[in-house]
Design a protein around this ligand. Structure first.
Ligand code: ZN
Length: 120
């Protein structure tokens, strides 16, 4: 029997990817304090946008980011309009690339239809 067994792994703590050739990005640690005075320590990538609130790890309350040991003032821009999928897409692809992808997709669908296959 050549069947391979999967070794038990804890999701989230280990990666299945090889670590060779990987440059770890810088990490920063931030503390969040909830109204029940639990401090939750969170580690973020250094270039990540740090959220002002986080779900407390110890209770259901919302914890607020601590900066220099003090709770940050939540700014109203937290409700700023989130970017749409379309806007995020445009950041990754040019319009020309999108046209090309659309055309490929349309050709694929047309080919399937011509072949009498149901379009799923
Ligand atoms: Zn808490």
């Amino acid at each position: 029997m050549a069947q391979q067994t999967m070794r038990g792994m804890r999701l989230g703590t280990q990666s299945l990817e090889s670590e060779r050739g990987v440059n770890y990005s810088a990490r920063v640690s931030h503390s969040y304090l909830c109204k029940n005075e639990h401090v939750s320590e969170m580690v973020f990538s250094a270039d990540a946008e740090i959220p002002q609130t986080w779900q407390c790890k110890s209770c259901p309350a919302q914890a607020v980011l601590l900066e220099d040991g003090k709770i940050v003032t939540l700014d109203a821009s937290e409700d700023k309009i989130p970017r749409s999928h379309w806007e995020m897409l445009l950041e990754r692809r040019s319009r020309e690339e999108l046209e090309e992808i659309l055309q490929e997709r349309l050709d694929y669908i047309r080919a399937r239809r011509a072949g009498g296959q149901a379009d799923l």
